[in-house]
Design a protein around this ligand. Structure first.
Ligand code: GRF
Length: 177
């Protein structure tokens, strides 16, 4: 069973659901995330302000996901780093999708930074999550062209279209193991 962590729009969550993957629960660090209303499964928000620190928040979030029967966690636009309090609960079983060809352009502003750097090619990466910023072992990547007139919005849209295909396929393969 899959648990999905989200912070924003949730188009990748939608893609996972549309692919027919067994999503047990969705958690967010933001109560107002649009993603929380996309799928008809148990949802919960774990806002940092409601806890003493990150470790306490992450421990509570991991415990809740475990209660929902989650074995594999997918970060689908989840915008916080995870501490060992979370990662140790799902060893080797936390996956993220990122809008660049990692290890190039990690971090929260990858799309803007790629345009600013003038790269001709971008892409999507699915990787295992460790404590670093988008630094875990890479599972799959797909390339996306950068066009001369691209804005952050148009490039991100093109990358997301690839993510919506790549992420469910990789997660499906992990589930089949
Ligand atoms: C995606 O581009 C993902 O790679 C990045 O955040 C974005 C999330 O989009 N980590 P959405 O919330 O799935 O629409």
């Amino acid at each position: 069973m899959i648990g999905v962590l989200v912070s924003g729009e949730g188009t990748n969550l939608q893609a996972l659901a549309d692919y027919g993957l067994p999503i047990a629960a969705v958690a967010s660090n933001r109560r107002d995330a649009r993603a929380l209303s996309r799928v008809d499964v148990p949802t919960a928000a774990f806002e940092l302000a409601d806890f003493d620190d990150r470790a306490a928040r992450d421990a509570a979030m991991a415990a809740w996901l475990e209660e929902q029967g989650v074995e594999l966690v997918v970060l689908a636009g989840y915008m916080h780093l995870l501490t060992p309090a979370f990662l140790d609960a799902f060893p080797g079983s936390v996956v993220n999708v990122h809008p660049s060809l990692l290890p190039s352009f990690p971090g929260a502003h990858a799309v803007e930074e790629q345009l600013a750097a003038g790269v001709r090619e971008s892409g999507a990466t699915v990787h295992l999550v460790d404590e670093g910023v988008d630094s875990g072992p890479i599972l799959a990547q797909e390339r996306v062209p950068v066009l001369p007139d691209d804005t952050p919005a148009t490039l991100h849209e093109r990358i997301k279209a690839v993510e919506h295909d790549l992420l469910p396929r990789v997660v499906g393969e992990l589930c089949a193991r």
